[in-house]
Design a protein around this ligand. Structure first.
Ligand SMILES: Cc1cc2nc3c(=O)[nH]c(=O)nc-3n(C[C@H](O)[C@H](O)[C@H](O)COP(=O)(O)O)c2cc1C
Length: 368
């Protein structure tokens, strides 16, 4: 299994923008040095706890402070951007990163962010995602077109010939580095339209872990759509995000998770959101528990993956056996900026002690 980070970033609301930015870069540097392969940065225009509105700024700054790790916005919310502006921006950023970039796309989770961008009917979001991507791909081809869509108009201009055989007035090339853009799609709901779309297009699926049966359904949806559209579903390209904390002993890990940034964010912010999105139901079903059992310790024991390296390996292996597994564990970052040492130690243990010991149990090709 490869290990990545997803930086949402779940900052305490009193943090300044500068502190948030610095904490993002510190995580990127540590993850790069620890051996993480990917660093994803979320995009939220309205959420106080999820306070990075423009992931591309973090990515550009972090890229020059790191050497190997790949970056992705996870996700650029396609309904909330003009596709021409986004196509040029991500194409250019992929060129700046010279292969250390891929594009995450999503529909957008929060109606307030949609409202900010003038979208009053969020049921149009899946159609907006498809139209946006269609326009972006046309722009990346760099051939003249004019498109009048349901949501946006865009085009690609004709080259101007200066009549003297010079290239000076040609249109700048902001198409993806290497000619193609690697794309990943986020999926959340049980019958996820986003995961189906990822399968149809052969893009990488990215799920938030919210119970084994939802994850199984996501893979089945992805696999079916991929096969129907002539793509080979490959579990090694499947990304799953999860809250993970590792320390030398189980007791130490549990204390640092519950009393540190993870517990703080769950108690004040995430738990109510998870209830609203129905995400706790999947975990309750996994354990065979009752909603009245749920408190922070229950969440620590049954929802997060917390413990010594041995315990975390055992927990992840169990999840792999039940769900079929995934290729990249996307560890969700939390606010440990007042005392970062245990958090960074946890990152090192995940990348160096845990991830190499987790293997996909089945063949990674179609039908398994
Ligand atoms: C791993 C992951 C990352 C996400 N990142 C964001 C984000 O940065 N901003 C946001 O508004 N929504 C984010 N979402 C939610 C998506 O925008 C979207 O609401 C969701 O994928 C829709 O899933 P569905 O088609 O399964 O209903 C994310 C979802 C997942 C699974």
């Amino acid at each position: 299994m490869e290990s990545g980070l997803i930086h949402i970033p779940y900052m305490r609301p009193e943090r300044t923008s500068r502190q948030t930015f610095d904490w993002a870069l510190a995580n990127a540097r540590e993850a790069d040095q620890a051996g993480f392969t990917e660093f994803m940065v979320a995009e939220h225009a309205t959420q106080k706890w999820e306070c990075i509105p423009t992931p591309e700024l973090v990515i550009a700054a972090a890229a020059v402070q790191t050497e190997r790790i790949k970056f992705a916005p996870m996700a650029h919310l396609l309904p909330q951007h003009h596709p021409a502006q986004l196509a040029i921006q991500v194409g250019w950023l992929s060129q700046i990163l010279e292969g250390r970039y891929f594009l995450g796309i999503g529909a957008g989770a929060y109606p307030q962010a949609a409202e900010l961008h003038g979208i009053t009917d969020v049921s149009t979001n899946p159609a907006r995602v498809r139209e946006s991507l269609e326009i972006m791909e046309k722009i990346w081809k760099r051939e003249p077109f004019h498109y009048e869509g349901q949501f946006w108009n865009a085009g690609y201009p004709e080259e101007v010939d200066d009549g003297q055989g010079h290239d000076d007035h040609k249109i700048a090339d902001y198409s993806p580095w290497g000619g193609t853009m690697d794309i990943a799609v986020t999926g959340l709901s049980v019958n996820s339209p986003s995961i189906r779309f990822a399968g149809e297009r052969g893009f990488m699926p990215v799920s938030i872990y919210s119970g084994s049966s939802i994850l199984k359904t996501h893979w089945e949806t992805y696999e079916k759509a991929a096969l129907e559209h002539g793509h080979t579903p490959d579990r090694s390209r499947y990304h799953v995000s999860q809250t993970v904390f590792v320390a030398e002993t189980d007791a130490e890990a549990k204390k640092l998770a519950m009393e540190g940034g993870i517990g703080y964010a769950f108690e004040r912010y995430l738990w109510p959101i998870w209830e609203r999105f129905g995400m706790l139901e999947g975990y309750i079903k996994d354990v065979g528990g009752d909603p009245s059992d749920v408190d922070l310790e229950w969440i620590c024991d049954n929802v997060w993956v917390v413990g010594s390296p041995e315990t975390v390996i055992e927990k992840l292996n169990k999840l792999y056996e039940f769900t079929g597994g995934w290729g990249v564990l996307q560890v969700e970052t939390h606010d440990y900026m007042d005392d970062p040492a245990p958090w960074f130690q946890s990152l090192r243990l995940i990348a160096q002690e845990v991830a190499p010991k987790i293997q996909l149990p089945f063949s990674v090709t179609a039908g398994n």
